[in-house]
Design a protein around this ligand. Structure first.
Ligand SMILES: *Cc1c(COP(=O)(O)O)cnc(C)c1O
Length: 399
C-alpha cells in the first residue's frame, strides 16, 4: 500500500475524531522517527511526552519481550511481581506512600477525584463536596477529568459534567480563596500546566495552596501526567518546590509507550479514603505494563536520566532564547527543563505543519499560540543544534 492508500483506509475505518497529519510513522530509533518510505524525522514531541527514553531502547525492549513470554494479564484479583516492583519503585521515586495503577492519565485523575471525595466522606460524613480546579488546565477527556479541565471548548458539548467544580486562576492565591467553601474537598492543579501553554506554578502560590490544604484538611492533587517522570529536571516537578501533594497523578512517560498511569497517595489519604469495593480496573497495572514501568525506573537510575536532563537544559534554554532574540514574532520562552514553549504571534498550527512536512521535525502546539517542545529526555546537544537548524528554516518562511 502506498501512503495515500493507507490514509484512505484509515479514514474509511477510523472514527474521524482526530485531524491527523498526512504522515505514516513506521518505526523509531533513538530520537528519530521513520515513515513508511524510510524518511527520517527528528522528534521533539515524544508522542506527546511519552517516549522519554526515545525509541528502540534495547534494555527496555528485552524486558517487555521477556514479560510477554511469561504473562501479560492476571486481573487485580491476584498478586503479581511486576506490579509490586513497579509500585515500590514509584513510591521511592515520588515520596508518596501507596500506588494504584491505571491505563491512562485520565483514569489516574478519575481515581484521584474519587479518592478525594471518599476522603471527605470518611472524615466529614456524606455531603456535596466540591473541587477547586484551575482555568486553562488540562486533565483529560473522560467525563470526570473533563469536569476539572478549564478549557470551555473541550467541555461545552458535554454538559452537564460532574457538578461541584469551581475554577480558580492559576498562580493567583486570592482566586483560590474566593472559590473556597465549607464543602471544598480538594484542589487540583498541574505543577506545570502543559496543554494550557507551559506555565510552571509559582513557588509562593504552591506553598500557600499547600498551607491552606493543611489548615483545612483539603487534599492537594498534583497532576504530573505530563510534567512528571524527569521532564522538568527532577523525577516529579513538585520536588523542586519543597512541598508534597496528598495525591499525585502520573502517566505519559511512566511506561515509555505502554498505556499505563497511576495515582499515588500519602498514608493519611490511604487510611481515610478508598477501601476494597470502592474502585477498580480490569487491565490497570497488568504485568506487561508494570514490567515496563519497572524497567523505566531502572533505566532512569542506571543511565542517570535526570542528571542528563539537568545538564542539557541550560543549552536547550540558551538555543530557545537565541530564537526569541532573533525572531520578532516569538514573544517569549516559557517552561521548565525539557518541557518548553515558545509563544508566537504567527499561527502555531502552520509552524507545526511546516516543521513536520517540510523539515521532518516533529513538534507540538499548546493553547492557541505556543509552540510546545517535549523532546525525548535523552537528546544531545547535537540534536538540539539540528532542531535549531530545522526550526530556523521554518521560521524564515514567516519573515
Ligand atoms: C495528557 C494529560 C492527561 C490525560 O492523559 P491521557 O493518558 O491522555 O488520558 C491528564 N493530565 C495532564 C496534565 C496531561 O498532560
Amino acid at each position: 500500500m502506498n501512503k495515500s492508500q493507507i490514509i484512505d483506509k484509515a479514514e474509511d475505518n477510523l472514527f474521524h475524531v482526530y485531524n491527523r497529519f498526512p504522515v505514516v510513522f513506521d518505526y523509531g530509533k533513538g530520537v528519530y522517527l521513520y515513515d513508511e518510505s524510510d524518511n527520517k524525522y527528528l522528534d521533539f514531541a515524544s508522542g506527546i511526552g511519552v517516549m522519554a527514553l526515545g525509541y528502540g531502547n534495547e534494555t527496555y525492549e528485552n524486558a517487555l519481550i521477556a514479560q510477554v513470554k511469561r504473562i501479560t494479564h492476571t486481573s487485580n484479583l491476584y498478586y503479581q511481581m511486576p506490579m509490586i516492583e513497579a509500585a515500590e519503585k514509584l513510591v521511592n521515586a515520588s515520596g508518596m506512600d501507596k500506588v494504584f495503577f491505571t491505563n491512562s492519565g485520565a483514569e489516574a485523575i478519575e481515581g484521584a477525584l474519587k479518592t478525594a471525595k471518599k476522603y471527605a466522606y470518611t472524615k466529614r460524613g456524606a455531603g456535596e463536596y466540591e473541587v477547586i480546579a484551575m482555568e486553562n488546565s488540562f486533565h483529560g477527556r473522560t467525563v470526570g477529568s473533563l469536569s476539572v479541565t478549564g478549557t470551555d471548548h473541550y467541555r461545552e458539548p458535554f454538559y452537564p459534567l460532574m457538578s461541584g467544580v469551581r475554577f480558580a486562576t492559576f498562580n493567583d492565591f486570592g482566586s483560590i480563596l474566593a472559590n473556597l467553601t465549607d464543602n471544598t474537598c480538594a484542589i487540583i492543579l498541574e505543577t506545570v500546566q502543559g496543554e494550557g501553554g507551559l506555565y510552571p506554578a509559582d513557588k509562593e502560590f504552591l506553598t500557600k495552596v499547600r498551607e491552606l490544604c493543611n489548615e483545612q484538611d483539603i487534599l492537594l492533587i498534583l497532576d504530573e501526567v505530563q510534567c512528571g517522570m524527569g521532564r522538568t529536571g527532577s523525577m516529579y516537578a513538585f520536588q523542586q518546590y519543597g512541598i508534597k501533594p496528598d495525591i499525585l497523578t502520573t502517566a505519559k512517560a511512566l511506561g515509555n509507550g505502554v498505556p499505563v498511569g497511576a495515582f499515588a497517595v500519602t498514608n493519611n489519604v490511604a487510611e481515610n479514603s478508598l477501601v476494597p469495593g470502592d474502585h477498580g480496573t480490569t487491565y490497570g497495572g497488568n504485568p506487561l505494563c508494570t514490567a515496563a514501568v519497572s524497567q523505566v525506573f531502572d533505566i532512569f537510575e542506571d543511565c542517570k536520566i535526570i542528571d542528563h536532563v539537568k545538564a542539557i537544559t541550560p543549552y536547550f534554554e540558551q538555543v530557545l532564547d537565541q530564537l526569541v532574540e532573533k525572531y520578532d514574532f516569538i514573544t517569549c520562552r516559557r517552561g521548565m527543563g525539557l518541557m518548553q514553549g515558545l509563544v508566537l504571534t504567527i499561527p502555531v498550527k502552520e509552524v507545526v505543519t511546516k516543521a513536520l512536512m517540510e523539515q521532518q521535525l516533529v513538534v507540538l502546539s499548546a493553547g492557541t499560540d505556543v509552540l510546545r517542545l517535549l523532546p525525548p529526555l535523552v537528546i544531545t546537544e547535537a540534536n538540539i543544534d539540528e532542531f535549531k537548524r530545522k526550526i530556523e528554516e521554518v521560521f524564515d518562511t514567516f519573515l
